[in-house]
Write a protein that binds this ligand. Structure first.
Ligand SMILES: [Zn+2]
Length: 214
């Protein structure tokens, strides 16, 4: 079982290295999206033929495909392709994973950090793979709560560890730019399985990632 010794702790700090660069956009999707965005420009009172906006529908069409590329990725097979047998049974923590997602209610960004921990039960995975799982689920239309749970379940289902912990701290532009305009509010969500449902283990994890939650 899990002993409270020396957890391994990692910080993912080379930001954009995990984002897949899209080299080829689906031309049909790009065309159709561009048409819709041109219409949107007209509907908000703009002139889509003026110089500055001429290529905007095309750029937005590509940007949206980039921001929502997570639908193309199967995070479980991603993890399954990088599982290694290992007897290590201490907490493995990947903290400060940069996260960019889009809220499904307003299609506006929310962004922040994810902290993920698991206690191996025979299998470990590459640390960058944990970050890629976060990306794969983030790059979709999301709510922060579901995103948190999906990351947790993906790791639980594939590595079948003794426990998984996921904490996400994020700022939502739909809150900051409109409506309540709570400029600096950060939303924190968390989800735990197995060993992390025990308070001592959970508190240790929260202490290491430095959130004020406990
Ligand atoms: Zn929203």
């Amino acid at each position: 079982m899990y002993h409270k010794n020396t957890p391994m702790e990692f910080t993912i700090n080379n930001h954009n290295s995990n984002y897949q660069k899209i080299e080829k956009y689906n031309p049909e999707v790009t065309d159709e999206l561009s048409g819709h965005y041109k219409k949107i420009l007209e509907l908000v009172g703009e002139d889509p033929t003026r110089e500055g906006l001429e290529k905007t529908p095309l750029r937005v069409a590509k940007a949206m495909q980039f921001l929502l590329q997570g639908y193309e990725i199967d995070p479980e097979s991603l993890l399954k392709s990088a599982m290694f047998k290992e007897d290590y049974r201490q907490m493995v923590i990947v903290k400060d994973i940069e996260l960019f997602s889009m809220c499904e209610h307003h299609m506006l960004p929310f962004f922040g950090k994810a902290h993920v921990a698991y206690i191996p039960n025979g299998y470990i995975t590459g640390l960058s793979k944990v970050a890629r799982v976060v990306d794969a689920f983030s790059r979709r239309l999301q709510v922060q709560e579901r995103l948190t749970t999906q990351i947790k379940e993906c790791i639980q289902n594939t590595l079948q560890p003794l426990g998984v912990a996921v904490v996400i701290e994020a700022q939502h532009l739909c809150m900051q730019m409109r409506g309540v305009q709570k400029q600096h509010s950060v939303t924190t969500t968390s989800d735990f399985t197995g060993a992390f449902t025990r308070e001592a283990t959970r508190i240790e994890f929260l202490r290491i990632i430095g959130t004020p939650m406990h």
